[in-house]
Design a protein around this ligand. Structure first.
Ligand SMILES: [Zn+2]
Length: 283
C-alpha cells in the first residue's frame, strides 16, 4: 500500500509488522480531519480495541497539520516545523493507544474542501479495500468545522462506492466541534468510554502543541463525556459515567439518494416536534 501524497506518513506501532498486514487486520477504523480528532471523537473505537487480540484500531488523519495555531514553546515554529510536530504527536498517540496502523495522508485542508477534487475520496476507497473494517468512526455532517464536514463527505462518497456486501456493519459520525445533545434521544448512538481515564489522559495529552495553544481540549472533552452520561436520562441512576454521542450514518451509506442535509434536518425536526409537544402538554 502506497499513500498518494509525498508527505504522507504510514506508521505501524508494532515493530516488524508491515503496513499491509497492519491494515488488513483492522476491525475498527477512525477517519479524522486533523491530528487529535481521533483521540477526541473516535475514542470509543480506540478503547474497544485496546489490548484485545481480535480487535484492531487503525487511524486515518486526512490533513497535513498546516496553518495550526501556535503558542508557548511553539510560538516561533515555521509552518513546516509545526506540521512535523503534529505528525510526531499523532504517531505518539498511535503508540499509546496500540493502534494497528496510523495513516497521516497529508492533504492540505483546501484540497479536502474542494468538492471538485476527488483525491481524498479515491484514496479512501483504496484504504477501505485494504482494511475492510467492521466499524467506522468519522465526523458527523452537523459538525461546525468545515474541514470536518468535508472529510465526512469524502468518507460517505467512498463508502457509497464500495460493493454492498463489503460495507462496514456500523458507521458513526462522532461529535467534536458541536455536541450532539440536540439529537432526539432515541436516535443518539451512545458509546461508553468508561474505566480508562488514565489512558484517555495519555491519548489526548500527547497533543501538547494544540493544548498549549490555549485550548484545554482534554478537560473540555472529559466534561462533555461526563455531561452526556449524566444528562442523557433524567430518571434513574447513571449506568455509565462517560459517554460519546454519535450519529448513525448507515442510512446515508445505504441510501445514495438520501442527502446528508436532509438527513440532519429530519433529525432536527424530530427534536423540534418533541420540544413543541412537551410545551403544549404542560401549558
Ligand atoms: Zn479537527
Amino acid at each position: 500500500m502506497t499513500l498518494n501524497n509525498p508527505t504522507a506518513d504510514g506508521f505501524v506501532p508494532q515493530q516488524g509488522l508491515a503496513l499491509d498486514a497492519a491494515l488488513s487486520r483492522t476491525t475498527h477504523l477512525g477517519i479524522g480531519a486533523h491530528q487529535d480528532d481521533l483521540e477526541f471523537g473516535a475514542l470509543p473505537g480506540i478503547l474497544d480495541c485496546f489490548g484485545q487480540p481480535d480487535r484492531w484500531f487503525t487511524g486515518i488523519t486526512c490533513t497535513d497539520g498546516g496553518g495550526s495555531p501556535r503558542a508557548g514553546v511553539y510560538a516561533d515554529y515555521t509552518d513546516d516545523q509545526m506540521k512535523a510536530v503534529r505528525v510526531e504527536e499523532q504517531r505518539t498517540a498511535a503508540m499509546v493507544g496500540r493502534y494497528s496502523a496510523m495513516l497521516q495522508l497529508g492533504y492540505p485542508s483546501s484540497r479536502i474542501k474542494d468538492s471538485a477534487d476527488p483525491g481524498l475520496k479515491d484514496e479512501l476507497v483504496a484504504l477501505f479495500e485494504a482494511s475492510r473494517p467492521s466499524v467506522i468512526y468519522t465526523h458527523n455532517p452537523a459538525d461546525k468545522h468545515a474541514t470536518h464536514v468535508a472529510v465526512f463527505n469524502a468518507v460517505l462518497q467512498a463508502l457509497r462506492e464500495r460493493p454492498q456486501t463489503e460495507r462496514p456493519q456500523a458507521v458513526y459520525g462522532v461529535e467534536i466541534w458541536r455536541g450532539l445533545d440536540w439529537m432526539p434521544d432515541e436516535k443518539k448512538v451512545v458509546l461508553p468510554v468508561d474505566g480508562h481515564d488514565h489512558l484517555i489522559a495519555s491519548l489526548q495529552g500527547v497533543f501538547d502543541s494544540q493544548i498549549a495553544g490555549g485550548k484545554r481540549y482534554d478537560l473540555a472533552a472529559a466534561g462533555r463525556y461526563r455531561s452526556n452520561a449524566t444528562f442523557f436520562a433524567s430518571h434513574g441512576v447513571d449506568t455509565t459515567s462517560n459517554l460519546v454521542y454519535a450519529m448513525d450514518l448507515m442510512p446515508l451509506v445505504e441510501n445514495p439518494a438520501l442527502d446528508p442535509a436532509d438527513y440532519v434536518i429530519g433529525l432536527m425536526r424530530e427534536t423540534e416536534a418533541a420540544i413543541r409537544q412537551q410545551i403544549l402538554e404542560v401549558s
